[in-house]
Write a protein that binds this ligand. Sequence first.
Ligand code: SF4
Length: 425
Amino acid sequence: MVDSDLPIALALPKKRASLQSNVVWGSRTVTVGGGAPVRIQSMTNTDTADAIGTAIQVKELALAGSELVRITVNTPEAAQAVPYVREQLDRMGIDVPLIGDFHFNGHRLLTDFPECAQALSKYRINPGNVGKGDKRDRQFGQMIEAAVRWNKPIRIGVNWGSLDQELLASMMDENSKRTVPWDAKPVMYEALITSALESAARAQEMGLPAHQIMLSCKVSGVQDLIAVYRELGRRCDYPLHLGLTEAGMGTKGTVASAAALAVLLQDGIGDTIRVSLTPAPGEARTQEVVIASEIIQALGLRTFVPSVTACPGCGRTTSTTFQELTKQIDDFLRAQMPVWRASYPGVENLKVAVMGCIVNGPGESKHADIGISLPGTGEAPAAPVFIDGEKRMTLRGDSIATDFQAVVENYIQQRFGSAAVATPN
Ligand code: SF4
């Protein structure tokens, strides 16, 4: 029974109004917040003092789609290496902005190594790790002075694993004086947000413009992250960097990050994201970039690679052919993207369907730009191919996979190639 004549509302993501920061290197400006697309960030796990190794990994992350890359700057050797990392990247034509990640000694490194301060495009400052007591304000101030001097944006990155303990203790103390004290968790949430907002206010007092300040308050629990960021997003208009810290490995880390980030991004909260995945031994660091882009693309916020719709297979599937074909097409599309991005503008919007049998195969294939329905158990050994909703051919024999790949490539050339763009409709 329909109780109204109104159409069902689309599940459109909300938009949080935020200031816009520019993270700049050379002629490259990555806008963050203020209506810019949600940006993908990642972080190297190389020793930054190894400038070549770090530059190679930054390049890999950038080519995988990371629009900002953070590197650890933890020692004088690392700070000295930063300009060389930058130089290597510039030589390779990789203009991705570098963010320096500072803890404990950032005030000294940014002061003692001006070339490092200059080569970085943004500084990450953790207010829980800038010193204790009266040193805290002075050392934090030195880092803000460097940001003002070199005209760099900063991220005030609070993390519950390194939360300012003096602040937390004083807030716990105040809480105990409440008529009905809060549970420990809301006090911790409050301390995370207070640490970020008070540090941002201090940076502004020292002359850093509000739009040059980004905030993050990372925790490792999904519900905690959602609670903290909803409140942080409500209380300020700084651009927010979003990520589930210490997400873990493999499926667990991927699912937990996707669950937390999807809820917040749908609320319009999050201007840059990072998936903090622990790589499995031998796993490429770029996996965190792939997952971040998949989360953004799955929500329909941006498109990065052509999407492949595939059924899960079931008792009607005669063989692993459709699994192999799906993987082959997915790998092929991803591998080609660095080249196709330049040659075939708009190719990332392509939709391919690979289906296991006649039940949903033709229907799903017709909804894609190009789709194939493989033969299931008892079906004739033929695979109809649908292009732009019409059945155009039927593939047969042992070379269905390679034939279909050629059909996809041909379709891309015709639809997204320069001839296609030049031809008026
Ligand atoms: S399309 Fe066919 S093979 Fe795929 S899940 Fe549905 S019934 Fe099974």
